[in-house]
Design a protein. Structure first.
Length: 334
């Protein structure tokens, strides 16, 4: 299958691209490198450095490579930043997404898999979150993802576009080649690992007074390889019709402090933390149910153990202490 992966130089995009190539798909990575890394693009993929807002060039790319299905992962994804600067998020996540849809319409590409988020649900009324639960985003990031999901429905009515949306939280872990490297880094596990590596004195926890079992936020952590598998299954299934799936490991999720303890166990380092104020727009508990994905996509997470997830991230960061900056320097001979 010929797949265009928007945002393929990012964390989830790099691993999903690797996964698709390993199973025999042809992949074009389309990324402007505003937040991604050139060194995170698998060398077997075709790489196009361009903005999604360039509809004409995107249309030409889809036609030139005879793309069968688009996997759309390109987005800004910092909750706190979205609260401070909602315009940036609506321009990129919604505006760029609509540009992609217009390019697909012009090129005759009618299948899309969208990397969405359970942030569209806001503060859930119950756990785990199911696909048909009420949507009430608590931050602009979640609102932009929901707006694009809504746009997909209208494009299906207008031109027959079929889409699958995958909603999940907290991708974590790594493969031997690709891992998590953001600037700034806002995700918990890599920030804790930075402390374990001696790159920071301590990690700040955002809020310790939530109505949870230890006062810290509860989240669902899904290994990046399990997410790549779900995306691959979705591109195989989207030709049969549109659908929406939540992806989670089940159970009650993990609190921030439970993740801290897992990092301490795996790394063998004390990993000091301090409790800071809550982060605007953060719900207390977010755990996704995945019964529908298990039943209809045949998807089931293989890496549910938190220590195993943390362990894979630890190994990648130990091998790449400078992240992709080190890889880029090696490619340049520096």
């Amino acid at each position: 299958m010929r797949v265009l992966v928007s945002g393929g130089a990012g964390y989830i995009g790099s691993v999903t691209t690797e996964y698709l190539l390993d199973r025999g798909d042809e992949v074009v990575v389309y990324d402007d490198l505003s937040t991604g890394h050139r060194a995170a693009v698998d060398g077997r993929a075709v790489f196009v450095e361009r903005s999604l807002h360039d509809t004409e060039h995107l249309t030409a790319t889809l036609k030139a490579h005879r793309i069968d299905v688009v996997m759309h992962l390109a987005a800004y994804a910092l909750v706190g930043e979205s609260v401070r600067d909602p315009g940036k998020y609506f321009r990129n996540n919604v505006g760029g997404g609509v540009s992609l849809l217009e390019a697909m319409r012009a090129a005759g590409t009618d299948r899309l898999v969208f990397s969405s988020t359970c942030a569209i649900f806001g503060q859930p009324e119950k756990l785990p979150i199911e696909e048909d639960d009420p949507k009430a985003p608590a931050n602009p990031y979640g609102a932009t993802k929901l707006a694009f999901e809504d746009a997909l429905g209208w494009y299906e009515r207008a031109c027959g576009l079929r889409s699958i949306c995958l909603r999940y939280f907290n991708a974590a872990g790594a493969t031997a080649r690709f891992g998590e490297d953001h600037e700034p880094e806002t995700h918990l596990i890599p920030n804790l690992i930075r402390v374990a590596l001696g790159q920071a004195e301590r990690c700040t926890i955002h809020g310790g007074d939530y109505p949870t079992r230890d006062g810290t936020c509860v989240r669902d952590y899904v290994h990046i390889l399990d997410l790549a598998d779900a995306h691959a299954r979705a591109i195989d299934a989207v030709g049969s019709g549109s659908a929406r799936y939540n992806l989670g490991c089940g159970g009650q999720g993990y609190t921030v402090m439970e993740v801290v303890e897992a990092v301490r166990r795996v790394t063998g380092h004390p990993v000091p933390v301090e409790v800071g104020p809550r982060r605007p727009g953060d719900p207390a508990m977010l755990v996704a149910g995945s019964a529908r994905a298990r039943a209809r996509l045949g998807w089931a997470p293989r890496y549910e153990n938190l220590d195993a997830i943390v362990g894979s991230a630890w190994e990648w960061h130990r091998a790449n202490p400078r992240g992709y900056a080190g890889a880029s320097a090696a490619l340049r001979g520096g």
